[in-house]
Design a protein around this ligand. Structure first.
Ligand code: ZN
Ligand code: ZN
Ligand code: FE
Length: 765
């Protein structure tokens, strides 16, 4: 006989963990008790030595689907002879410090009931259990029970109540438990305002079949849906939504339907079918197919994740366009009234219901590589924390601006928020402020310090400043790329100094100029800027973000100003200026601006180099959305190209070693005139950047002795570059790390800011 005192850290509350264990122990003939604690759960187990060790071994594998076990700590003790196994109350007065589960897709058991005509929840669109259903998006307050969710108005019927109180039942303590007799109601609302309550999903399906566009209320907001198999229908949606070329996401009934459109490896299938159900960027079977959905070689696809979604497919309809219901760059619509007023001009019907969404939460988006690499971390992942190796004070970090998130910390946990969007939009900013309050309440956090970006005009910085002043909380300003670097370090549990390749679009540097092609070295305490790229002049400033032909002309003029064949320059320049996307008079003005160096702010952002090259190559000359030039360039690049352009380097007046891209642009121009295929030129361009990355890291390693490299910043959303740079650096004997728990783009910034602020606080003490 033996006894073990076990402490479990992770998401083990509100996920049916204690009853699950209660059911498990019988098989192992174990006595003792289990209770919730501030860090998770605590158990005392006694029994035959073999049984107890088997039980502990199996804890990690045999657990309720929603439970996340981060750490198990087990101490042996002399058994005291329990006669039973009990669930005992939590320590009185102990501060509840529980994690909140993200929203989880409908489980197989619930799906079985959903399609079983003899079940009382047959085709009931709100079926859920302890193992699945809404969580984060319905929780208003803690402790997590039905009263503090948007399920509060629905009073459980006796049948549901029985399940809820029966420890042997799958719905024991499932807070959103409900049925057709007591739960929320789905209805289909026609454009004329008439509502169908009887088989509303059937009515929606019929509308979709006919090619209509309908709004569908999901977990964290509304989607706009239409058939994906007929380009004409999605064209109407594109027109009404005023969304020109931005790709749509698709929802497929099952993996069979996915395979008809995209290649799907086992690893990709696993991610696609995981309980978080993210949108996964999958490679099309044929690059030219489904161009009405996405112009590039990938399509974002997800599987159904709520019972409502499962009811939207039929023998005929296996694939739907499923795009967030928002207008221009506003946040996704999540309230019924708002949907009715804002979407009436866009959709022909509404599939909606009377359960409120408390928290707006977009679909998450991931590259399938390496088991999942975030483009957007949101539904299914938020508010799951990043667990640290050692505790930190309570802090708030306010992130960047365009891909806004915030992070709050408490002990060993950092809670990065869901994706919030562009704060320049007033509703997103409002949501940002509200969500900070909401998270602070849910996790009972009172920040002792606030961190923000160095950029004073970012609305996240404005918020941080106001709050710091109003509440007398110290404010720490963090340089953008330093935050990216420390974010990636934290993501990989690194604390010792590293080299950081931080490539992104824009971020304010310490010297007041725009940075973004950075080679840094340091840690949370500080950094040194060892390398960057030759600054790119942006004629017209912000105008050059979308009118990327301006950047193309800028690179070209600079590259040929002192060197190279003016004839080549002119021929390539003409190709740009003769493009229909480039206004005739505009091109003339831009050349004059460049020549006189007027209104041409310099930027060393890697994103600008991508834009300019994309424009020179004719891949994209006017971007419809931020980053389009870079995305299409990556999609255009052919595989297997091993060559590159010449790269120059020079040291600037501050000792920063800069990549001189002028020889590369001259090489590119010659290739264009020699009719070298665009696919090859695009690949050669990215291979050049790869060689630059390796060259700079070797240079920094020689200077500093560091040999670990973190890759961060929006440019590393480019899979070609991420893979190529990783391989090239590994070949040089460097250890390479990239993001896996948070996004590499500006969504990841708040995590880095927070860790830097924590370090500065520690030093002050
Ligand atoms: Zn379920
Ligand atoms: Zn009921
Ligand atoms: Fe950035």
């Amino acid at each position: 006989m033996t006894g073990f005192h076990i402490k479990i850290r992770g998401i083990v509350q509100g996920v049916g963990f204690r009853p699950f264990i209660h059911r498990q122990v019988k098989a192992y003939e174990i006595k003792g008790w289990i209770r919730n604690t501030s860090f998770g759960a605590e158990l005392k187990v006694e029994g035959e030595t073999d049984n107890v060790s088997a039980f502990i071994r199996d804890l990690r594998i045999r657990k309720p689907p929603l439970a996340v076990i981060e750490k198990i700590h087990a101490d042996e003790y002399e058994p005291c002879g329990f006669s039973d196994f009990e669930i005992i109350p939590s320590f009185a007065g102990e501060e509840a410090d529980t994690l909140i589960s993200p929203d989880i897709c409908t489980c197989d058991d619930c799906l079985k009931e959903l399609s079983d005509p003899s079940d009382r929840r047959y085709r009931y669109p709100f079926i859920n259990c302890t193992n699945c259903g809404p969580r984060f998006t319905i929780i208003k307050n803690v402790p997590y029970d039905r009263k503090s969710t948007t399920m509060a108005p629905f009073v459980m019927c006796p049948a549901c109540e029985n399940e809820y109180t029966d420890i042997e039942d799958r719905r024991y303590h499932a807070q959103p438990d409900c049925c057709p007799a007591c739960g929320p109601r789905l209805y289909y609302r026609n454009a004329d305002g008439s509502c169908i309550y009887d088989e509303p999903a059937g009515a929606a399906l019929e509308a979709l079949r006919k090619g209509k566009i309908i709004a569908v209320k999901g977990l964290g907001g509304f989607h706009l849906a239409c058939r994906a198999d007929t380009p004409a229908f999605s064209h109407i949606l594109r027109e009404r939504k005023k969304r020109d070329r931005r790709p749509f996401a698709l929802m497929c009934a099952d993996t069979v339907a996915v395979r008809k459109i995209c290649l799907l490896s086992e690893e990709e299938e696993q991610l696609l079918s995981s309980p978080a159900r993210p949108i996964v960027l999958l490679r099309k079977r044929e690059k030219a197919s489904f161009s009405h959905i996405s112009e590039n070689d990938r399509i974002g696809i997800m599987l159904p994740y709520t019972p409502v979604h499962f009811l939207l497919f039929s023998e005929e309809i296996k694939t739907l366009v499923m795009t967030s219901a928002n207008l221009s760059d506003r946040p996704v619509i999540y309230k019924n009234e708002e949907a009715l007023t804002e979407l009436s001009g866009i959709c022909d019907g509404f599939l909606m219901h009377d359960r409120e969404i408390e928290v707006r939460c977009d679909d998450s988006v991931m590259w399938p590589e390496g088991g999942g690499y975030f483009m957007r971390r949101s539904r299914g992942y938020a508010p799951y924390p990043v667990t640290l190796e050692s505790p930190v004070p309570m802090m708030l970090a306010c992130g960047a601006e365009q891909k806004a998130t915030f992070s709050l910390s408490k002990k060993e946990h950092v809670f990065p928020s869901q994706h919030i969007g562009d704060l320049k939009n007033i509703e997103s900013y409002e949501n940002f402020r509200q969500q900070i309050v909401h998270f602070e309440k849910l996790f009972s956090i009172k920040p002792e310090v606030i961190a923000c970006d160095l950029h004073p005009d970012y609305l996240s910085s404005v918020y941080a400043e106001e709050r710091s002043a109003a509440e007398g909380i110290p404010l720490v300003r963090v340089q953008h790329h330093h935050a990216h670097m420390v974010s990636c370090m934290t993501d990989n549990d690194l604390t010792d100094p590293v080299i950081g390749i931080i490539w992104d679009g824009t971020g304010l540097g310490e010297d007041g100029t725009v940075w973004g092609g950075e080679f840094l070295a340091g840690d949370a305490a500080g950094y040194e800027r060892h390398g960057s790229i030759r600054p790119v002049k942006l004629p017209g400033g912000d105008k050059a973000i979308k009118e990327i032909w301006r950047v193309g002309l800028s690179l070209l003029e600079d590259a040929f100003a002192q060197d190279g064949d003016e004839g080549i320059c002119e021929a390539v320049r003409n190709r740009i200026t003769e493009d229909a996307a480039v206004p005739e008079t505009g091109a003339g003005t831009v050349r004059k601006m460049l020549a006189a160096d007027v209104n041409c702010p310099p930027s060393s952002g890697m994103g600008r180099l991508f834009d300019g090259v994309s424009a020179i190559l004719g891949i994209c000359r006017s971007a419809d959305y931020e980053g389009e030039g870079a995305i299409l360039l990556e999609a255009a690049a052919g595989e297997g190209c091993m060559t590159e352009y010449e790269a120059g380097f020079y040291e600037d007046e501050n000792g920063v070693r800069r990549f001189d891209w002028r020889p590369m642009i001259r090489g590119l121009a010659s290739d264009i005139l020699a009719d070298i295929p665009v696919s090859l030129c695009a690949a050669k361009f990215m291979n050049t950047l790869t060689a630059v990355a390796a060259d700079q890291c070797i240079y920094i390693r020689r200077k500093t002795g560091l040999d670990a490299v973190v890759l961060s910043g929006g440019t590393f959303q480019n899979m070609y570059l991420l893979k190529a740079v990783t391989e090239a650096l590994r070949a040089e004997g460097l250890t390479v790390y990239h993001h896996h728990r948070v996004s590499t783009n500006d969504e990841g910034i708040s995590l880095g800011q927070l860790m830097i602020a924590g370090r500065r606080m520690r030093e002050k003490r």
